[in-house]
Write a new protein. Structure first.
Length: 457
């Protein structure tokens, strides 16, 4: 492990001019408007509306923002005819029907990842597998109030879920049969380290149309340093060998790569190109913001270096789209989809609302990352605690979070990952705003150059 002097030297070596400029330009100036100079774009957080302004209108909004007076900004928006009733108020969701569950079907793992939020897969407790009876109870809960024509999703996580392969397969078949009998569409997904994948798994996942996410942290050196077996031996070669039949088989299923980014794995553009070349359907990056031991957590300089790399990846996606070439950089593809839809939400995700995590013992949690957290439980698969759900939804509403209430990105970000915020705070806000600011700029350019792409993406 490098010492502090080495870490400081490494960080100072990263040149981040675009990231620094993005973080500066994306600093909040008003709660009701945000400007992107390149392209003269205006984002109105209410409804996540994006406008391209003429020079005079842009100058008027810029002057209003420069006044520092929210009333002046709102008056200028009204003068331009950009007004609408608030799309999101202070009222939290009262309750939400469950439409997605993730099963910690194996609270154990064969890897010793340096940053694992699940404490080497065991969530701070004993290593265990989920019994089939508990998995069936979870399926019953998922389908309990779903109606014909609706869609639900069942995810398998761990630990490493393939340690409990027999229960995973039996649960999938059981859930598929029950859902089909009731006219409910059901999707399946799994997140796996791929070290236990077998050829028959590829056939099973393809048959049931799984969305498969493979955790892989870059090339051999970066991956082996962060994701070794518990013996200390690297796992990269095993992963690459095991995913080959999976990637070859994907038709109904889609196989994506999820890369956890730490201060030691910041070569994102190289990683992205390598994983795309392997045949992944999409590739996404997630910064390590909160780990149980603090290992691998990203600091401000690391996040700036990551943003610099994310922008380099985004530039390549933009070039690819204009040239008619597929470049499946999931972070930007998803951001562009949300901007095009006008996504606006008071929560960052469905955790604690339509989505819950289930422990191997059948305890319900706000999401898969809160498994084993007794303070944030939601009862069990046979006794769902809706009062706990309502309390969670009231407390986590973005209007009750600071400094989110006054941030222009609040309805795109939703206040940040609940688990990361509750365990470490909001030290990634500059990174998130900088990324969204950049994505809005790309959105405007692609909407002008390739409007047809948004119907395909």
């Amino acid at each position: 492990m490098p010492d502090l002097v080495t870490i400081r030297a490494r960080r100072s070596a990263h040149a981040t001019p675009r990231a620094d400029a993005l973080m500066h330009a994306s600093a909040p100036r008003a709660v009701s408007a945000h400007l992107i100079a390149q392209g003269r774009q205006l984002l109105v957080p209410n409804g996540s509306q994006v406008y391209e302004l003429d020079p005079a209108s842009y100058a008027a909004i810029e002057a209003a923002l420069g006044s520092g007076d929210a009333a002046v900004v709102d008056a200028q928006l009204e003068a331009l005819g950009i007004t609408a009733g608030a799309r999101i108020d202070d009222q939290p969701l009262d309750s939400a029907p469950i439409r997605a569950l993730s099963l910690a079907i194996a609270q154990k793992c064969n890897l010793g990842c340096t940053y694992c939020y699940a404490g080497q897969g065991e969530f701070g407790g004993d290593a265990k597998n989920m019994p089939l009876a508990t998995a069936r109870e979870a399926v019953a809960l998922l389908l309990a109030d779903a109606s014909a024509g609706e869609r639900v999703n069942l995810a398998f996580l761990g630990g490493e879920p393939l340690i409990n392969r027999a229960v995973l397969q039996a649960t999938t078949v059981h859930a598929a049969e029950l859902a089909a009998a009731r006219g409910i569409a059901i999707g399946f997904s799994i997140t796996t380290n791929a070290t236990l994948l077998a050829a028959e798994d590829a056939a099973f996942f393809e048959r049931h149309g799984f969305a498969v996410t493979v955790s892989i942290d870059g090339g051999r050196d970066a991956h082996d340093a962060q994701r070794p077996f518990k013996s200390g031996r690297g796992s990269y070669d095993r992963v690459i060998a095991n995913i080959a039949p999976l990637l070859a088989a994907q038709r109904r299923m889609q196989v994506s790569a999820r890369v956890t980014v730490t201060p030691h794995s910041l070569a994102l553009r190289d990683t992205l190109d390598e994983l795309i070349a392997l045949g992944f359907h999409s590739v996404g990056f997630s910064p390590m913001l909160a780990s149980p031991t603090g290992a691998g957590e990203m600091e401000r300089d690391d996040l700036a270096a990551m943003l610099e790399q994310m922008v380099a990846c985004g530039d390549e996606l933009e070039r690819g789209v204009i040239a008619g070439r597929r470049y499946p950089f999931a972070n930007l593809v998803n951001a562009l989809r949300e901007l095009h839809r006008g996504t606006h939400r008071p929560y960052p995700c469905g955790a604690g609302a339509g989505y819950l995590g289930v422990s191997a013992d059948g305890d319900l949690a706000a999401c898969h990352r809160f498994v084993g957290d007794a303070e944030r439980g939601f009862g069990t698969t046979t006794a769902f605690d809706r009062s706990a759900q309502r309390a969670w939804l009231a407390a986590r509403h973005v209007h009750r979070q600071e400094p989110c209430r006054s941030c222009w990105a609040r309805y795109l970000c939703g206040g940040g990952c609940h688990h990361e915020v509750l365990h470490r705070g909001r030290h990634a806000c500059d990174y998130i705003r900088g990324w969204l600011h950049y994505a809005i700029g790309v959105y405007g350019r692609l909407l002008a150059a390739r409007p047809d792409w948004f119907g395909e993406a």
